[in-house]
Ligand binder design. Structure first.
Ligand code: GRG
Length: 289
């Protein structure tokens, strides 16, 4: 049941991402090649899956096509952020998803442009969502929430803090800074994924708040798990990087991931047909065991 639903979501996402990326210009084919390379290269698709799953949870509509533009716009922003995150001026990583990162394959200039292209085209996908039967009111709200979560109050702010906050500042309030960082860098887009699912489903404010609370705690748990997985991979360890494992130690980090997952699960316990979401949420913890 879980596997079949996940397969259905992944197929919908892959087909539509390919469609949205099909724009090529003969004067610079590598521009579209670089965006397609970095988007269609085997990501887990957690964020768009969340959008579709929440839409289906709230509407009981097993054909979640209406939420597709919201789901794909999110994956565009996520893929663009990973391209920029790998750049030499950021995390300087030559590999992403076990393949050469975008700048390693296409050069730094093209990688900057590929990220820019994906960020801005995400909003084009959103504004054309009435082709998928979404109303202007839902679309405007989705644009506003996604840009807030991705932009200067969300993920980009998180990246700026991660890049520039001095060691001294970290040392003063490390635990708090760590949580803010996880909230901004990682939980922001997970919140956007879940809230856009609510917007596509035309959910009430109260339901949206409940789902947002799920997303915040799931997002925190996801970042803690990511830190735990990174610490298992020595190549990922960086001296100046603040991580849950560094501050709390592995055992306590695992404990915190479990606590955040539990709070997330509590937030969705009263929704009917929540089995898919519960399974997906627990699956993340299995990655660190
Ligand atoms: C201008 C919108 C914009 C962004 C640029 C570079 C940057 C600012 C932000 C980077 C934020 C970042 C890399 C956060 C880490 C989030 C994270 C845990 C990513 C890994 O997500 P997975 O595991 O990746 O879902 P896959 O590969 O499965 O898609």
């Amino acid at each position: 049941m879980f596997e079949a639903k996940l397969k259905k979501y992944l197929q919908l996402i892959e087909t539509n991402l390919k469609q949205f990326l099909s724009n090529s210009n003969e004067l610079c084919p590598n521009f579209s090649n670089s965006m397609a390379y970095s988007t269609l290269n085997g990501g887990k698709r957690l964020r768009p899956v969340l959008t579709l799953a929440i839409y289906e949870l709230l509407t009981k509509n097993q054909n979640p096509v209406a939420a597709i533009p919201f789901a794909c716009a999110l994956e565009f922003i996520h893929s663009g952020s990973l391209i920029h995150d790998d750049l030499p001026c950021m995390d300087n990583s030559s590999f992403r998803r076990d393949k050469p990162s975008c700048h390693a394959k296409f050069g730094e200039t093209m990688a900057v442009l590929a990220g820019d292209g994906l960020f801005l085209s995400a909003f084009k996908i959103l504004t054309e969502a009435n082709k998928f039967n979404l109303k202007n009111k839902q679309i405007v709200k989705a644009c506003a929430f996604l840009s807030e979560m991705a932009g200067m109050k969300g993920m980009v702010l998180g990246q700026a803090i991660d890049m520039f906050t001095t060691q001294q500042l970290y040392n003063n309030k490390r635990e708090n800074t760590l949580k803010i960082l996880a909230m901004l860098k990682t939980a922001s887009l997970i919140r956007a994924a879940c809230v856009l699912g609510c917007l596509a489903a035309d959910a009430t404010e109260q339901t949206t708040k409940q789902i947002d609370s799920y997303a915040i705690h799931f997002g925190l748990a996801f970042q803690i798990c990511d830190d735990i997985l990174d610490c298992e991979n020595e190549a990922e360890l960086e001296e100046n990087k603040l991580t849950y494992v560094k501050i709390f130690g592995l055992k306590q980090a695992v404990e915190q991931a479990k606590i955040q997952t539990e709070i997330a699960l509590n937030a969705i316990e009263n929704f009917e047909n929540n089995q898919f979401l519960i399974h997906l949420t627990k699956l993340m913890l299995k990655r660190i065991k």
